[in-house]
Design a protein around this ligand. Structure first.
Ligand SMILES: C[S@@+](CC[C@H](N)C(=O)[O-])C[C@H]1O[C@@H](n2cnc3c(N)ncnc32)[C@H](O)[C@@H]1O
Length: 152
């Protein structure tokens, strides 16, 4: 199973990128980041719709799609592990995690989701969401393997 993070915006070198790399290197599932970025000025709704099209165009047709959004389901780490374990066991080739930009997700993106995942009711900067997600996926891997990194 491959993990594909598709995100609006470019992550510059810095602590967020270092943390993302650190967790990605500890994952057995290969994790790739695909960035989409078009900064031409548009009114908010049009910008959101454009970013949504870019995210969806970058999403493989057969992917299991997890959209990161504050309005989604606040799964426990164990529940996320179970969710990913089910994808692994059912032969899913790619799990795609979609992270929005400053304006959040277009309804078309939410409609494509198999799971809308919340990292809690607070709004996090999209660049921080990448390493936070990578940590939770690494934690999920540890839960599935019975590794002591995760202590319930
Ligand atoms: C700065 S936030 C967007 C805020 C936007 N105003 C909104 O209402 O969604 C950028 C992206 O980070 C991710 N994100 C931020 N906070 C999140 C949370 N609590 N749970 C899940 N994803 C979150 C989402 O993918 C979001 O589209």
């Amino acid at each position: 199973m491959n993990l594909l993070v598709i995100a609006v915006g470019r992550l510059r070198r810095g602590p967020e990128a270092d943390l993302l790399t650190a967790y990605a290197e500890r994952l057995r599932w290969p994790l790739t980041v695909r960035e989409v970025d078009d900064r031409r000025p548009l009114p908010v709704a049009e910008r959101r719709a454009r970013d949504g099209r870019l995210l969806l165009d970058a999403t493989p047709g057969d992917a299991h799609v997890v959209v990161l959004d504050g309005t989604g389901r606040p799964l426990s780490s164990e529940a996320l592990a179970e969710h990913l374990g089910r994808q692994r066991d059912s032969g899913t080739r790619t799990v795609a995690f979609l992270i929005g930009g400053a304006d959040g997700h277009d309804p078309a993106v939410l409609a494509r989701a198999h799971l809308v995942l919340s990292l809690g009711p607070m709004t996090w900067p999209h660049m921080l969401v990448r390493p936070m997600l990578a940590e939770q996926v690494f934690r999920a891997q540890c839960i599935l393997e019975g590794h002591p990194y995760h202590r319930a």
